[in-house]
Design a protein. Structure first.
Length: 191
């Protein structure tokens, strides 16, 4: 008798194939589901066509985003208006964040990360939180705000712990201060 898989497991496998662009063999290695089962699901649900449609949509979004950034920049240069300049800065900040998380978003194989210092570890955790949030936005059926909440809480705890050590050693604190931590924690309670 065939093994029964949960709907979430099936969605996760489809996401790896369609969104992350993994091969059936790689998805099997990540999920533990047999290649033959994955191919059956893929055939039944049209995963190849979905992947193509997803890639075309991603390319369109990328192209339109570049055009939007260029238009915003031209307008800001022309008007010198503070709001236009702010819009350009905001779009560029988003572009930088997307470049940092793009490997995770494209389904790169998980590679254990090594950190030389606590600050790098904190930054790595934040990148993982951003990648998970992006995945949830792209695939709403995988939405689990509790995971994001737990990640952000851990990140805040690490930032606070590192800030306390920095204060004790006389180093200048980088990142959030105590008041900003309180604001983030209040936001977390709303999840």
């Amino acid at each position: 008798m065939a093994e029964a898989y949960s709907y979430e497991t099936r969605l996760d496998a489809r996401g790896h194939y369609v969104i992350n662009g993994m091969t059936y063999e790689h998805v099997a290695g990540v999920t533990g589901i047999s290649v033959s089962q994955l191919k059956k699901w893929g055939s039944d649900e049209g995963w190849v066509a979905r992947r193509k449609e997803y890639r075309e949509a991603q390319a369109s979004i990328t192209e339109n985003t570049v055009l939007l950034r260029a238009g915003l920049l031209k307008n800001a240069l022309k008007t010198q208006d503070a709001q236009d300049v702010y819009a350009v800065a905001a779009m560029e900040k988003i572009a930088i964040v997307l470049e940092k998380i793009r490997p995770a978003d494209q389904g790169m194989p998980d590679v254990p990360m090594r950190f030389d210092n606590p600050e790098d570890m904190i930054d790595g955790l934040w990148s993982a939180i951003e990648a998970r949030a992006t995945k949830m936005i792209n695939t709403p059926e995988t939405m689990d705000l509790k995971q994001i909440q737990a990640g952000i809480k851990t990140w805040c705890d690490l930032k606070r712990q590192y800030a306390d050590k920095s204060k004790a050693s006389g180093q200048k604190q980088k990142g959030f201060d105590a008041d900003q931590f309180a604001i983030v924690e209040q936001l977390l309670e709303r999840f």
